[in-house]
Design a protein around this ligand. Structure first.
Ligand SMILES: O=C(O)c1ccc[n+]([C@@H]2O[C@H](COP(=O)([O-])O)[C@@H](O)[C@H]2O)c1
Ligand SMILES: Cc1cc2nc[nH]c2cc1C
Length: 342
């Protein structure tokens, strides 16, 4: 379904030379320099420019939420979707600041909302099934989610967007992301499970026990990323994975937010390793497993602000840094231009 090719390394030498010749000591722009290299690899070495950046908030509900793994009930997912549509959430504020156009996609919240034209309907159901008792969804649901996400990304690409940021909303989705992490990586469940929205220690123990139970229940059916998604996933995680693969296929920049978006990135990279070339990791979340997940992706996030909100907030805050990397690459004078000999 996805055919992702690695970035072109043909011009790496020229791009690096251009970065090194800017009016600064060698390497003095620190991590903005490899970021500029990546931006130029993906968007072109001549004058890489971020165009019509979009931030997509993928919303979905989780059956596991009714087992008491969050501070909030599933109703809050719908309430927050309405908040996004009315412009009142953190992500609305940060998108407006950063110059992101924001889109909210209903991937399958439990209580659908009507009468909002701006809400994109890509529903796969009314929340997943509780994955500690049965598979979260069917295999065909995963494929359907991939197809819908791919079509949406293609539409944005056709309209001129060349950077997509990934955020999400879904009560219970840190449980799903932690279970996916435990299924994909050679790490203990305990290293994957965190406090999500801010649960107490007793709830954390229950969450860990339910995820351990789920991994045992689905053992033998966790052999591919698609199987892992069907067993343990969420509708929003399925669609983020598909959308990331589609964006990589179309050679767009992918800006990844926090713990749950990174779980989707991990799935996408497992399906198509070349997708990693297109990914920029925005922010290291305070969620316990995120650092380890990033390590496995060999990702150094741009920001570390101790946030644990999701929605795409870290990605929105990181966009100015990505713009700055492209701008210095395109606009700074060279040492030669100004006659500096060092
Ligand atoms: O992205 C993150 O790093 C992150 C870390 C902790 C919580 N969240 C958000 O909180 C919700 C999931 O938390 P929970 O406790 O309900 O699993 C979901 O809506 C996420 O957007 C997000
Ligand atoms: C209020 C609230 C806002 C959120 N935004 C993302 N996840 C969230 C979880 C809660 C509970």
């Amino acid at each position: 379904m996805f055919s992702v090719t690695p970035v072109n390394h043909q011009f790496d030498g020229e791009i690096q030379q251009k970065i090194d010749c800017k009016t600064k000591p060698l390497g003095a722009l620190g991590r903005l320099e490899p970021l500029a290299l990546q931006v130029a690899q993906v968007l072109g070495a001549t004058c890489p420019t971020i165009k019509q950046p979009k931030l997509l908030v993928f919303a979905g509900d989780h059956g596991i939420a009714s087992a008491g793994v969050s501070i909030a009930p599933s109703e809050v997912t719908t309430q927050m979707v309405l908040n996004f549509l009315h412009g009142g959430a953190a992500i609305n504020v940060f998108c407006a600041q950063a110059g992101f156009e924001m889109e909210v996609i209903d991937c399958g919240i439990a209580h659908p909302v009507t009468g909002h034209e701006a809400l994109i309907d890509q529903r796969l159901g009314a929340g997943t099934r509780a994955f500690h008792l049965e598979a979260a969804m069917s295999a065909s649901c995963v494929e359907q989610g991939f197809a819908m996400a791919k079509a949406r990304v293609a539409l944005h690409h056709d309209n001129g967007t060349n950077l997509i940021a990934f955020g999400e909303m879904g009560i219970g989705n840190t449980s799903s992301a932690a279970a996916i992490m435990a299924a994909l990586l050679p790490v203990d469940v305990a290293a994957c499970v965190g406090r999500g929205t801010g649960i107490d220690s007793e709830t954390l123990q229950r969450k860990q026990a339910l995820i351990t139970q789920a991994i045992q229940l689905h053992q033998g059916q966790l052999n591919t990323p698609q199987q892992i998604l069907a067993a343990l996933g969420g509708f929003e995680i399925v669609q983020m994975t598909g959308a990331m693969l589609a964006a990589a296929e179309l050679k767009m920049l992918i800006l990844v937010d926090g713990f749950i978006a990174t779980a989707a990135a991990l799935l996408a990279v497992t399906i198509a390793p070349a997708a990693r070339d297109y990914m920029i990791f925005a922010h290291q979340s305070d969620e316990a497993g995120h650092q380890l997940m990033l390590q496995h992706l060999q990702a150094e996030p741009l920001l570390q602000l101790e946030m644990r909100l999701g929605e795409g907030t870290g990605a929105a805050l990181a966009l100015p840094l990505v713009r700055a990397a492209a701008a210095f690459y395109n606009e700074m004078a060279s040492l030669q231009d100004v006659g500096i000999a060092i």
